[in-house]
Each structure stands twice: as C-alpha cells, then as structure tokens.
Write a protein that binds this ligand. Sequence first.
Ligand SMILES: [Fe+2]
Length: 265
Amino acid sequence: MGMEKVLGKKMKRKLRHKKVTAVQKLYDTCREVFSTCGPGIVPTADGIERLKVILNEMTELDVGVRPSMPYFKVKESGGFPKITYLHLSECDKFSIGIFLLPPSGVLPLHNHPQMTVFSKLLFGTMHIKAYDWVDDVASIPTLKADSSEGEIVPVSVRLAKLKVNSDFTAPCDTSILYPTDGGNMHCFTAITACAVLDVLGPPYCDPEGRHCQYYRAHPFTSLSVDKKLPDDEKTENYAWLEEIDKPAGLSVVGALYNGPKIIEK
Ligand SMILES: [Fe+2]
C-alpha cells in the first residue's frame, strides 16, 4: 500500500512535469501558424484564432514578470522613462518579446512593415493610438512653419486614418494589427506600470527592408495640403504622418527574460 502511495506521487510528479507552460504553447503554436506566412502574408483565420485564444488567457504570471520589479520604477531624473524589452524567442518567421513600461512610459508612433502583430496587455492600463494609411500614394510634399525660426520648411507627409484611440486595462483581449489594417502604426502610452507581450510575424529585419520607422503625427487641419475628405468624415480622425528618426529621448533597454523556459524547435 505504501508502495502504491509512492508510485502515485511519482506519477503525479511526472504528469505535472509534462504540463506544457503557456509560453511553450504560444511558441509551439507560433511555429505552426507562421510556418506558411511571410512578409505581407498574414496567418489564416484559424491560425489567428488559435494564437488569440492562447494570448487572451495569459497574464504576467505566465512569463515571470511582477509589477514590483525595478523595471517599473520611475526615476526622478525627468525625461522619458526607460522602457525594458525582454527577448523570448526569434526566428525568421516570428519573434516573441515583452515590453515593460513604467508609468508615463511612451513607445512613440512606429510601424510594423508587412507584419501581423499580436499585442497582449499582461497587466496595467495603457493608452493605444493607432493609424493605417489611407491610400498607397507616395508622400505628399508640403510646407510647414519651423517652430524655432518661424521659417517655412518642406516636409513629406502621408495621410493616415485613426483606427484605435483608447485606454486598455488588463485583463483585456489581445489586439491584432495587420500589414494594411487594424492600426499598423501605433503608439503606446503607459497610464500605470504595464507589461505588453508582443508577437510579430515576420520580425523586423533591416536587410529585408522591414525597418522600424518612427513618425510624427500632424493634425489634418494643421497642414495646407490640397486633400478633401469625404463629407461624412471628421477631420479629427485623420492625421498627416511625417517620417522621423528614432526619437532622441527614447530608450529601450534589453534585459534577460527569466520566466518559464521555451524549448525552441
Ligand atoms: Fe509596435
């Protein structure tokens, strides 16, 4: 009888050992779902659903992140609070990582060229503002007043439509953006400390032309460009996006992921 008990315990331990962690399930599913994808080629509806279901259930506990970690402390020095990036996995088909933002942390407006991106807020409250291009036209050269000198300087802008502009508080569903829809250019502003799990397919890749471009948004009415919106459209739902260099104050620092291990295949 004693022996039985011991065996039972051993079996249980074995079973517990075999339980697949959420990050492993996420990784394994990414391997399957993104296998047939590529730049500009989005996963199937079924694949998107499978990833969504896994991500919707995930919390910071699944990745070993805690709001008490020093990454979420705001330094008194002023300027942009530092953002931390935890790298979980990357191959040529997809990448998985987590952004840790202290309160007031900002990931400025940037794009995801030819990618499908799943963003799951693990904890906290974050404001997301996201745009899509209105059309494929090349940039429209225009003029704006240079604020420092009062001079008129030429800028290149492209019309974009606002797709998302609201606060998200965890637990909430995964947001998904696509190459040309769902808010491919987005900006994250942390209202409280927050953590976002990001799955990108395919990943950024400079040699392949998938470079992270930053933008400055100009209100639609602030530039005198000869462009008419349809009558039923509000001007506040549109903006001119100007390509800019990576903002000088932006600091995203890599840190070691210490959560449950992913066995890469
Ligand atoms: Fe992003």
